[in-house]
Design a protein around this ligand. Structure first.
Ligand code: HEM
Length: 412
């Protein structure tokens, strides 16, 4: 089969999404998974129910590292999976996927989280203003790598404050940093790597040099989350005990909540001034609607999350090497956002940076934008039991604030 010689390579990383299509075409097979960038295949998968399986991109997850229900007071059977990204979404609100998502929306992704995480909040305004000062000072001094360590810190503080209401200090900060980010090393990021089959999980180094046992570190951070202000009014009758929810949330933080915004932030600011935003593009500072389009256009060119993996519940067909190939249900399917975002058939003149010309495709009722694991606003069922990224609006609001906060000042 086309691309089968890539079958055994586990660490394909980003090249699997963007480099291999030059050799094998838009759709091919690698790592025992079908990679597809065909609009119809993507649309169908993203608006229907999805089985999952132990997959994340080309990687296989370590089942023993994934969270399960521990407490008899939780309504899920003890030992059953609570790893949200892995659970199938069948549309049944009583099943684990919809139940955990509804808890996320109730406690961590409510209106208060959006307000808390925005530049109108005093703590956030201070974080953004400190970032801005350091960012411009570094640029003025010709230091283009300052943001690669300071952005992760900002994102870590923001996610914990917006979602959990926590201001990270001292050991708490060092532990969270070590669990999710340290050492900063590209893809896969540290926090994500612990969940992959090949990953070593024995010990982790904190930024202060202290060696900590990975399992203990994760347990410490999970316990820390149990005291989060956002969970103060927790009710076990909603389905999970607070402890079981925090166990489930820790890998969500590692894999989703930090990495999506961090990669998006690096995409807009990284390196020489504006990363994916062309240098001669006039950034519409102060106009949130336009800034959102600018950020979405950077996501089209270089999505924060290159793709997502499903185990389709029905047989499906994909064109490979000019032939229609049918795969049996359950064959892992990676939806390749990165290649799909650069296809002429779907995005005319894909190399042009054109946020306003593509406005309707990027955002709003007729959007079919995929990079948040949906076709625009369309997902299976509704926002709660569907598969659309539940942190989309929060993540975008942060990236808008961040880009806006880097507006040049008179002195820069
Ligand atoms: C710019 C920022 C973000 C981007 C681009 C993004 C993108 C995505 C994508 C592509 C997926 C599907 C991944 C997969 O299935 O393999 C996803 C899932 C998810 N995201 Fe985000 N995300 C962002 C921010 C956030 C934030 C701030 C949170 C906070 C809680 C979050 C929580 C989640 C969760 C829980 C899932 C799994 C949903 C499910 O499977 O039902 N994301 N996100």
């Amino acid at each position: 089969m086309v691309g089968a010689n890539a079958h055994d390579i586990l660490r394909l990383g980003g090249s699997m999404y963007q480099g291999y299509h030059k050799l094998y075409g838009d759709n091919f097979v690698a790592c025992g998974k079908v990679l597809a960038a065909e609009p119809q295949v993507m649309d169908r998968a993203l608006t229907g129910p999805q089985g999952r399986g132990p997959h994340l991109h080309g990687y296989y997850l370590r089942p023993q590292e994934l969270p399960t229900a521990h407490d008899v007071a939780s309504s899920l059977p003890v030992g059953s999976s609570t790893f949200l990204l892995n659970l199938p979404n069948t549309g049944n609100p009583k099943e684990a996927h919809a139940m955990i998502r509804s808890l996320l929306f109730k406690y961590l992704l409510d209106e208060k989280a959006i307000t808390r995480g925005s530049a109108s909040d005093d703590y956030m305004a201070q974080l953004l203003s400190d970032f801005k000062a350091g960012y411009h000072a570094a640029k003025a001094a010709g230091n283009n790598s300052w943001d690669t360590s300071h952005l992760p810190e900002l994102v870590l503080r923001w996610t914990h404050y917006a979602l959990l209401g926590m201001k990270l200090e001292g050991d708490d900060f060092l532990n969270v940093w070590a669990l999710y980010l340290f050492p900063i090393q590209g893809f896969p990021p540290k926090g994500v790597e612990h969940y992959f089959r090949f990953a070593g999980t024995k010990s982790v180094t904190r930024p202060d040099g202290k060696q900590v046992d990975f399992q203990e570190l994760r347990a410490t951070v999970t316990t820390l989350y149990e005291s989060a202000p956002a969970l103060a009014a927790w009710e076990d009758s909603d389905g999970l005990t607070r402890a079981d929810f925090c166990r489930a949330f820790c890998p969500v933080m590692a894999i989703a909540a930090i990495q999506g915004p961090l990669s998006g932030a690096l995409g807009i600011l990284r390196g020489d001034w504006h990363g994916e935003i062309p240098k001669d593009f006039e950034v519409p500072y102060g106009d949130r609607d336009k800034l959102r389009l600018v950020i979405l256009e950077t996501q089209r060119i270089r999505p924060s999350v290159f793709g997502s993996t499903a185990e389709p519940l029905n047989d499906y067909a994909v064109t490979i090497g000019g032939e229609r190939v049918v795969f049996p249900r359950g064959t892992p399917l990676i939806l390749n956002y990165r290649t799909a975002g650069s296809r002429e058939a779907h995005w005319p003149e894909p190399r042009d940076f054109d946020p306003y010309g593509r406005a309707e495709q990027l955002w709003g009722p007729s959007s079919s934008f995929w990079c948040f694991n949906s076709a625009g606003d369309r997902t299976h069922g509704d926002r709660v039991n569907g598969r659309i990224c539940p942190g989309r609006d929060l993540g975008l609001a942060f990236l808008i604030d961040l880009l806006d906060a880097t507006a040049p000042t008179k002195s820069t």
